[in-house]
Design a protein around this ligand. Structure first.
Ligand SMILES: *Cc1c(COP(=O)(O)O)cnc(C)c1O
Length: 398
C-alpha cells in the first residue's frame, strides 16, 4: 500500500534541477551531500550578498529567534523600525513596507501606483513596463513582466501594463495617455540577460515622468543592496525614483523584501496593504546585519573593485576565445557567448564544481557574493577557460 517514493518526487517539479542535494555553504563555497565542493557564482540568484551562511546573519537570527519571532504585523517591533529607519537614512525614500518576496514587493508597488492614480490622477491605472523586463511570478507581476515565455501563460492576465523598449524614450512617450500613472523598470534587466538601461535613459525617463506627473518605479530587487557597486543603482544616474523595490540581497539569504516610497507617493490608507509575516523581526534582523556591512563605503568600494577585476578577466577570456562583449555593472555582469553554448557550459561547470548561470542560451551571468575574493574570481575564470578550451577543441574536430 505505502511505498517509499523517491525523495525528489514529493516536491512539485517546477524546474529542471540536477539530482544533487546541497547541505552546507560558506562564503563562495557550497557542499553537496556527497562532500563535493562547488565555487558559487550564482549565490541563490544574487541573493547571498555576503556569501553563504554569513556569521553576522547567523548570529542575528539566532539571537532574535530566542527573543521574539512574530508579535503580529498590527504591532510595532524594534527590528522592523530600525531597518526601515536605516533604509530611509541611506536612500531618497521616506517610508518602507516590508514583504516576503520580490514579487510581493512589486505587487505592493503596483498597488501603490494604482492608489496614487485613484487619488491624484482621475483613476489612471496603467503602468508602462518594458519588453524583456522581469518583475516576479504572481499574476500581476507576470503581467508587468515583458518576458516572451510568460505571454501564453495563465490567461487572462492582469491588464494595464503596456510595454515600451528599454533605452528608447520615444517608445515610452508614445504609450503615455490619461490612463497612465507610472513607469516601472529594472535599471539593469537581470533575467533577460543583464541588459543595462543607460544612465542617460534613466535621466530622460525621470524628466519625462516628472513633466507628465507620472511615478517612476525602480525594481532594484536584483540591482539594489550594493550589487552594482553603489548601495542602490539609481545613484549611478544621479536621479531619484518615487518608488523602489528591494528583495534578493537585502535578506542576505532569508526571505525579506521591501517597498520604499517618497512621502509624495506613499499614499496607502488603512486596509489597502498588509501581510501576516510582513516586517517580522526575525527577517528584519537579517536585513539589518546585511545593511550594516554593505552600506559601509569601504565595502561598496571593494565590491566595485571586485566587479572591475571580474570584468577585466572576462574581457581577457572573451578575447582569448573569440567571444562577445561583457555587459552589466559592479558584480552583476554577463558575458556574450555569441553562440547558444550557455547551457552546455553551465552543465560542464557544474560537473567541474563551479556554479554558473545562463539566463539566455548565448550569455553567462555572474552574480557572486559581494565579498568574493580575487582568488575566487581567478579560480572561476580558470575553470571557465578550461571549459571554453575544450569546447573550442571540440568545434575544431567537428
Ligand atoms: C528576482 C526578481 C524578482 C522576483 O523576486 P522573488 O523574490 O523571486 O519574488 C523581481 N524583480 C527582479 C528584478 C528580480 O530579479
Amino acid at each position: 500500500m505505502t511505498h517509499a517514493p523517491h525523495p525528489f518526487d514529493a516536491l512539485m517539479d517546477i524546474t529542471a534541477r540536477p539530482p544533487t542535494v546541497f547541505v552546507r555553504g560558506e562564503g563562495s563555497w557550497l557542499w553537496d551531500d556527497s562532500g563535493k565542493r562547488y565555487l558559487d557564482f550564482v549565490q541563490g540568484w544574487a541573493v547571498n550578498c555576503l556569501g553563504h551562511a554569513p556569521p553576522v546573519v547567523a548570529e542575528a537570527l539566532a539571537t532574535q529567534a530566542r527573543l521574539l519571532l512574530s508579535p503580529s504585523p498590527a504591532f510595532y517591533n524594534a527590528p522592523s523600525l530600525k531597518l526601515a529607519g536605516a533604509l530611509v537614512q541611506h536612500s531618497c525614500f521616506d517610508q518602507v513596507f516590508f514583504a516576503n518576496s520580490g514579487a510581493e514587493a512589486n505587487e505592493g508597488a503596483i498597488k501603490l501606483a494604482r492608489k496614487y492614480g485613484a487619488l491624484h490622477r482621475g483613476g489612471a491605472h496603467e503602468i508602462i513596463t518594458f519588453e524583456g523586463g522581469f518583475h516576479g511570478r504572481t499574476l500581476a507581476t507576470m503581467s508587468a513582466s515583458g518576458k516572451k515565455a510568460f505571454e501564453p501563460l495563465f490567461e487572462p492576465k492582469v491588464p494595464g501594463f503596456p510595454k515600451a523598449r528599454l533605452n528608447d524614450l520615444a517608445s515610452v512617450a508614445r504609450l503615455i495617455s490619461d490612463k497612465t500613472v507610472a513607469v516601472m523598470l529594472e535599471p539593469i534587466q537581470g533575467e533577460a540577460g543583464v541588459w543595462p538601461a543607460t544612465d542617460q535613459f534613466l535621466q530622460e525617463l525621470r524628466t519625462l515622468a516628472t513633466a507628465q506627473g507620472l511615478l517612476l518605479i525602480f525594481d532594484e530587487i536584483q540591482t539594489g543592496i550594493g550589487r552594482t557597486g553603489k548601495l542602490f543603482h539609481y545613484e549611478h544616474a544621479g536621479i531619484e525614483p518615487d518608488i523602489m523595490t528591494l528583495g534578493k540581497g537585502i535578506g542576505g539569504g532569508v526571505p525579506l523584501a521591501a517597498l520604499l516610497a517618497t512621502e509624495h507617493a506613499a499614499c496607502f490608507e488603512h486596509g489597502d496593504q498588509g501581510g501576516t509575516f510582513n516586517g517580522n523581526p526575525l527577517m528584519c534582523v537579517a536585513g539589518l546585519a546585511v545593511l550594516e556591512q554593505v552600506a559601509a563605503p569601504a565595502f561598496l568600494k571593494a565590491t566595485l573593485d571586485a566587479g572591475l577585476f571580474l570584468e577585466r578577466e572576462l574581457q581577457r577570456l572573451s578575447a582569448r576565445h573569440g567571444l562577445g562583449c561583457v555587459r552589466g555593472r559592479g558584480l552583476l555582469l554577463a558575458l556574450d557567448l555569441k553562440l547558444p553554448i550557455g547551457p552546455s557550459i553551465v552543465a560542464q561547470a557544474f560537473a567541474d564544481g563551479v556554479l554558473l548561470n545562463a539566463p539566455q542560451p548565448d550569455a553567462l551571468r555572474f552574480m557572486p557574493a559581494l565579498n568574493v575574493t580575487r582568488e575566487e574570481i581567478s579560480a572561476m575564470i580558470d575553470g571557465l577557460d578550461a571549459i571554453l578550451m575544450n569546447i573550442g577543441a571540440a568545434r575544431m574536430v567537428a
